[in-house]
Design a protein around this ligand. Structure first.
Ligand code: NAI
Ligand code: PYR
Ligand code: MG
Length: 370
């Protein structure tokens, strides 16, 4: 198969979807790899390293889409690419379709085979291609919360860990999954008083076992949410219903009771965000303020630490990319339930239920195509 490595084009997105050692693995499996010019430069991987690994460098994204049977990205295809995607072409990347109707319709129109990293799911319900970036974004969320609490950044001027004789900041994490546990761990390490809210009792029990003494797992419900965001200096949004639009848990009205200069970090923004007032921002202009509350809503947080993130992401994606390339998408899905759950839009039809539901469009089970 001809495999294409596209350069990321979102603002300040420096990750790349395959490192040179990954290219060597693909080639050892009998495939050809085509890399867009300088695709790895932002993460510190030169064209020369890709060529040494056996890849061919192509000038433009159009060349990559034109040449390859499967194209890979980190982030979702951007509008400038929609018309380049070819019928029957495999597109393997994060898609986050439930938050993006224009992209969903563009991929339907393209009749391509769109496999989303974020809905590939193991038997135990874990999301192996989301986990590494959730670890990064969770850890970053505590850092960003600390940074935007500083007065020059618009925050209320509270130091996360406090100092002797002065209480630390209160951090409320909504969602105790991978993002949540990583955010809580970092905020706790800096000395904050951390509350981690989830609706899954088993998960709360686990968090209670593994979290340090300054992290308090709490069963979430609307009344508890209202109470805890009111006392928070930082609120981190980290909920997920796989593949679906994030539930709006914090309303504009609730912000009015929050402290002036408090900070929201809505990590769930890639799925639409869990605050009513969230809208996606970029690393160039990460924040805005509503009702006196600073909102940080960057949909590609790990792109800011591209070196760490690229290596962590490609460690996880490569084995799946190799399987899809070796077997073709149909056989890969027939033989591996995890990859089958990655099918979001196939040949013009939506094959992931939560995406169809997000836009009230028809759902077609992927089995129809296998
Ligand atoms: N902005 C960015 O750059 C990035 C965003 N993300 C996003 O962060 C979000 C969280 O991802 P993960 O932690 O990996 O998911 P996860 O599946 O590990 O955890 C989600 C948690 O939310 C909980 N939950 C669901 N509904 C809830 C509710 N109503 N109230 C309280 N808790 C609830 C679940 O029980 C689960 O423990 C996802 O949308 C993911 O795509 C991940 C990486 C980067
Ligand atoms: C998961 C995701 O949205 C990211 O890594 O950018
Ligand atoms: Mg994202």
């Amino acid at each position: 198969m001809k495999v294409g490595i596209l350069k990321e084009i979102k603002v300040l997105e420096n990750r790349v979807c395959m490192v040179p050692t990954g290219v060597a693995t693909m080639i050892a499996n009998g495939h050809e790899v085509y890399v867009e010019n300088n695709a790895g430069a932002g993460a510190g991987f030169s064209n020369e390293e890709y060529v040494a690994a056996g890849a061919t460098v192509l000038d433009t994204p159009a060349d990559v889409y034109q040449t390859c049977d499967m194209v890979m990205h980190v982030k979702e295809p951007q509008p400038s690419e929609y018309d380049m995607i070819r019928e029957g072409q495999i597109v393997f990347t994060y898609l986050h379709l439930a938050a993006d109707e224009p992209q969903t319709k563009a991929l339907m129109k393209a009749k391509s085979i769109n496999i989303a990293y974020e809905t590939i799911e193991k038997k135990d319900g874990s999301l192996p291609l989301l986990v590494p970036m959730s670890e990064v974004a969770g850890r970053m969320a505590a850092q960003e919360g600390a940074k935007y609490l500083e007065m020059p950044q618009g925050g209320r001027g509270v130091l996360l860990g406090g100092v002797k004789g002065v209480a630390p900041a209160t951090v409320v994490v909504i969602g105790g999954g991978v993002v949540g546990i990583n955010a809580a761990k970092m905020a706790a390490g800096l000395g904050a008083q951390v509350y981690i809210l989830d609706t899954n009792l088993e998960r709360l029990a686990y968090l209670d076992d593994v979290m340090p003494a300054n992290v308090f797992p709490v069963m979430s419900n609307p009344a508890i949410l209202k109470e805890y965001v009111t006392k928070a200096d930082v609120v981190i949004g980290a909920v997920l219903i796989p593949g679906a639009k994030a539930p709006k848990l914090i309303t504009r009205e609730m912000l009015k009771d929050m402290k002036d200069g408090a900070v929201i970090v809505d990590v769930a923004i890639d799925q639409g965000g869990c605050f009513e007032t969230s809208k996606a921002t970029t690393h160039a202009e990460p924040t805005f303020t509503v009702e006196g509350v600073v909102h940080y809503c960057v949909a590609n947080m790990p792109g800011a630490v591209a070196r760490t993130s690229t290596i962590a992401l490609t460690n996880a994606t490569l084995p799946y990319a190799v399987q899809i390339a070796n077997k073709g998408w149909k056989k890969a899905m027939q033989e591996n339930e995890e990859i089958k759950l990655g099918a979001n839009v196939i040949d013009g039809q939506i094959t992931y239920k939560a995406v169809a539901e997000a836009f009230n469009l028809d759902y077609t089970p992927v089995e129809k195509f296998l």
